[in-house]
Design a protein around this ligand. Structure first.
Ligand SMILES: O=C(O)c1ccccc1NCC(=O)[C@H](O)[C@H](O)COP(=O)(O)O
Length: 241
């Protein structure tokens, strides 16, 4: 059976690595230098880094230079997220050398542009399906963006290569992933799914790994690593068999 990929997260706000609760601005816990965090995950054996520009996602500025510095310093694969909504921000994201970029808001607000970039860039484009219930949320998860299932069907028909699925109610809470949501998404698409939000324990990761045969390819892990619920080495070991 294919193993579950792990993507340790570095979410950047105002130049610092942070974690939010439910993705809400103002709930930040700071964890210092994003570059140091990213290098630590790489040294611990990560094959992927999930790197998020939260200011770009919220529209409160951006950390573009720092994000680029972090992405360029990595020898591992990078998934870049946050505020990629037009040609300029996409070009800047791809210029960092990121393996793939994650599109959120634009998938709801600018479907024609997203269809165009999917056609142009193939599996360098993933779409973030960030939901409360089955309602998508955009603009840093602050605004409703339509129905999950309608959007998934549209993106599938346009050839979207991969989805990053986040239950916002779980994100940053250490309350465990929404396994049912992941199963439901996998039942409606044959594209790989990356799980995000809520991982609290090695058992959570093992439970997500059970969904690999259904189409779950990877899991993002943020708060649990920063809170030292387990080490990345332990997590990689837990999903390696
Ligand atoms: O990814 C985004 O664009 C984003 C926008 C607004 C708020 C949060 C956003 N991302 C958060 C993440 O990707 C987290 O790193 C990830 O879900 C990890 O969650 P957890 O393991 O629960 O800390």
């Amino acid at each position: 059976m294919a193993k579950l990929e792990l993507l340790p997260a570095v979410d950047v706000r105002d130049g610092q690595a942070v974690r939010l609760v439910h993705g809400e601005s103002g709930t930040e816990t700071s964890y210092g230098s994003p570059l140091q965090a990213a290098l630590a995950w790489q040294s611990a054996g990560a094959e992927w880094l999930h790197l998020v520009d939260l200011d770009a996602a919220f529209g409160t500025g951006d950390n573009r230079e720092l994000i680029s510095e972090v992405a360029r310093a990595m020898d591992i694969k990078v998934e870049l997220s946050g505020g990629i909504r037009d040609d300029a921000s996409l070009a800047a994201a791809l210029a960092t050398g990121a393996t793939r970029v994650n599109i959120g808001t634009a998938a709801m607000e600018d479907p024609e542009w997203v269809a165009k970039i999917i056609a142009e860039h193939g599996d360098k484009i993933a779409v973030g399906l960030d939901v409360r219930g089955t309602t998508l949320r955009g603009r840093g998860w602050t605004r409703d963006g339509g129905d999950l299932w309608e959007t998934l069907a549209r993106l599938d028909s346009e050839g979207c290569a991969r989805y990053v699925v986040t239950d916002i109610a779980k994100d940053g809470t250490l309350q465990g992933p929404n396994l049912q949501l992941l199963k439901d998404v996998c039942a409606r698409t044959d594209r790989p799914v990356v799980a995000s939000g809520g991982v609290s324990s090695l058992d959570d990761l093992r439970a997500i790994a059970e969904l690999v045969p259904l189409g779950v390819e990877g899991s993002i892990v943020g708060k649990a690593l920063y809170a030292k619920a387990f080490t990345l080495e332990e997590a990689l070991e837990a999903v390696s068999r």
